[in-house]
Design a protein around this ligand. Structure first.
Ligand SMILES: NC(=O)c1ccc[n+]([C@@H]2O[C@H](COP(=O)([O-])OP(=O)(O)OC[C@H]3O[C@@H](n4cnc5c(N)ncnc54)[C@H](O)[C@@H]3O)[C@@H](O)[C@H]2O)c1
Length: 435
């Protein structure tokens, strides 16, 4: 029996042990889905608090139901650990660690390197390693492969290596890990085959591509597509303000075209661990080949202006009631980077709060998902969402359009409103400033 057949057999019989490194927004849903598919899964994380919570059956990620987690913990199909030496016992290892940018917007692949090093230390024949983290084309082959082969083991023969990007969309009630098609690229055809075998029971549709590089670029194309299109409508919003045209009405009408148009909406800026960061992984790589990716850079500039533009709108709103930003009470509605989730990473709300704070505004915020904000020298506790809270503010800024907010109440009670999300669709008047 070949090593490929042996590993595939173990997977089919659910005897293969699966390790998932990084139990965050990506790794935890994947680990739980695999455990629900009757694999024995060990989740590895450096964060002891997360490991403790997960072993107690408590999910800290809204998209992972505590009931599902508790079930797989109780049945013994999922356990979390900080001790990486147990990686030696795993047959399949998924890596889902962060891929941030450095201060200079260069890729910070140190988390991938650290996890590769953990895998390398205990690499043995018959293991398959799959990178899930979003990264530039070439990471799997140029960064991980040499480290793993430095053990003397050979890829495609002794062990297998693939890249399969995660497409999780936090807060999406329709598409989760199971029903989102999954792209896979293996270093060798056998690497691809064994990775497909692992995911086949847990993911409805698998999309094989010819190489890890193609799979790496697929993910960045998807995120760049969003960044560029959001940049386009953000620019349109700035332009429409000059032309005195309601950009929201224009986009809604354009979206009635049944082909060849997909609506994107302007907003206070982009956030999260993906769209503001991932395109720069690609432009960094392209630069090594003397290629300037102009769309990526331009979208970054336009989207990066939006928090500043939002603050200008706050000044405009306050001006209408003869007030300055300095000394005004400004209430921000929503600080998560998008609606109905708790993630504040790269959230434009943080920039907006900081810019307003520098201008002397007295700040407060409401967000049912984010109890406190402790970032960049700010320490704010969420205010209760109520008529009294709305009435107290000189200006209310709708930054994140959580469904939990009562927008009729906002329109009725607030003195002045800046609406960056068209949450007050249908409401007009002197006290409402729209993007
Ligand atoms: N969040 C999303 O919506 C999303 C969607 C698709 C892809 N991605 C990509 O997936 C990757 C992970 O993102 P995330 O949002 O899950 O990040 P996250 O910060 O939520 O989770 C990463 C986890 O890895 C752990 N970790 C860090 N270094 C480690 C190490 N050396 N060993 C073990 N654990 C380690 C952290 O403690 C954390 O729990 C990134 O590349 C991201 O771009 C994210």
């Amino acid at each position: 029996m070949t090593r490929l057949e042996e590993l595939k057999g173990k997977i089919e019989a659910r005897e293969a042990r699966v390790g998932v490194i990084g139990l965050g927004y990506v790794g935890l849903p994947l680990a739980v889905e695999l455990a629900l598919g009757r694999f024995h899964v060990t989740g590895f994380d450096v964060d002891e608090w997360k490991v403790g919570e997960l072993n107690a059956g408590r999910s800290y990620i809204p998209d992972v139901k505590t009931a599902d987690l508790a079930q797989v913990v109780a049945s013994g199909h999922f356990v979390a650990a900080t001790d990486m030496s147990a990686l030696a016992d795993m047959d399949c290892i998924d890596i889902a660690v962060p891929t941030p940018l450095s201060k200079f917007k260069d890729p910070d692949v140190s988390y991938i390197q650290a996890s590769t090093e953990s895998v390398r230390k205990t690499l043995r024949k018959g293991q398959v390693i799959i990178l899930e983290s979003t990264t530039y084309p070439g990471t799997t082959r140029e960064l991980m492969l040499p480290a793993l082969e430095s053990t003397g083991l050979v890829v495609g023969k002794d062990f297998f290596l693939s890249f399969s990007p995660e497409r999780v969309d936090p807060g999406n009630a329709v598409y989760g890990t199971r029903n989102t098609p999954k792209v896979i690229g293996g270093i060798t055809p056998d690497c691809l085959a064994v990775t497909m075998a692992l995911y086949q029971p847990s993911i409805d549709t698998l999309v094989p591509v010819s190489s890890p590089e193609a799979a790496e670029l697929v993910k960045i194309l998807e995120n760049t597509f969003r960044s560029v299109n959001i940049g386009l409508v953000n620019e349109l919003a700035l332009m429409s303000a000059k032309l005195n045209i309601n950009v929201w009405e224009v986009i809604d009408a354009a979206a009635t075209k049944p082909f060849g148009f997909m609506p994107f909406y302007p907003g206070p800026g982009i956030g999260g661990h993906c769209i503001p960061l991932d395109p720069f992984y690609l432009s960094w790589k392209a630069k090594q080949f003397g290629f300037e990716s102009r769309f990526i850079e331009l979208a970054g500039v336009v989207n990066g202006q939006m928090p500043h533009y939002t603050v200008e709108k706050v000044a405009e709103a306050l001006n209408r009631s003869r007030k300055a930003v300095n000394g005004a009470k400004v209430l921000v509605l929503g600080v998560a980077y998008k609606k109905d989730i708790s993630d504040v990473r790269e959230s434009p709300a943080l920039d907006i709060l900081q810019l307003l704070s520098k201008k002397g505004a007295h700040l407060s915020y409401c967000d049912p998902y984010v109890p406190e904000v402790r970032e960049a020298g700010m320490a704010l506790i969420a205010s209760p969402f109520s008529a009294a809270t709305l009435r107290k503010a000189d200006c209310v800024v709708i930054v994140t359009n959580h469904a939990a907010f009562d927008y009729e109440m906002v329109a009725r009670e607030a003195k002045m409103i800046v609406d960056t999300r068209n949450a007050l669709k249908g409401h007009n008047g002197r006290k409402i400033v729209k993007l």
